[in-house]
Ligand binder design. Structure first.
Ligand code: ZN
Length: 138
């Protein structure tokens, strides 16, 4: 059994764990013990940090101590989600360029679609497009 306030990695989404492990946000006092805890603290009563959900359930804990609002940690999750979306989009773009090259389209065509120079398109994608060790960038 884990006592309140002793947060340990695990049991939360990976991005939540990453934020807590890196110290970018405080762990909720109940992160290790309440299944419905959001883990990322958004308010603090003295030394006790709570997530929004646990703050709603708060009864006597921190009573008489003025609350200190912490920067909303969940917007960091939005950043993480947007980062993931960018990575997925980048992977989709690499696949599409590979397909276009495989279908016989020139680097000029790929570059025109991407709005970059032929050289830039090749530098960015040529190593993905062909498994050959020395691609002659045709
Ligand atoms: Zn909580």
């Amino acid at each position: 059994m884990t006592a309140p306030g002793t947060w340990q990695p695990g049991g939360h989404p990976a991005d939540v764990n990453a934020i807590l492990t890196s110290g970018l946000a405080c762990a909720c006092h109940y992160a290790a013990v309440r299944p419905d805890c959001q883990a990322l603290a958004s308010i603090r009563y003295g030394q006790i940090a709570l997530c929004a959900r646990c703050d709603q359930r708060r009864s006597s804990l921190g009573k008489g101590t003025p609350p200190i609002r912490l920067p909303d940690p969940h917007v960091l999750l939005e950043v993480a989600a947007a980062r993931d979306a960018c990575q997925h989009a980048a992977a989709a773009l690499r696949r599409a360029v590979t397909h276009a090259r495989g279908a016989g389209h020139s680097w000029n065509a790929v570059a025109a679609i991407l709005g970059v120079t032929r050289q830039a398109a090749q530098q960015r994608f040529a190593h993905d497009a062909t498994p050959k060790i020395h691609d002659h960038l045709t």
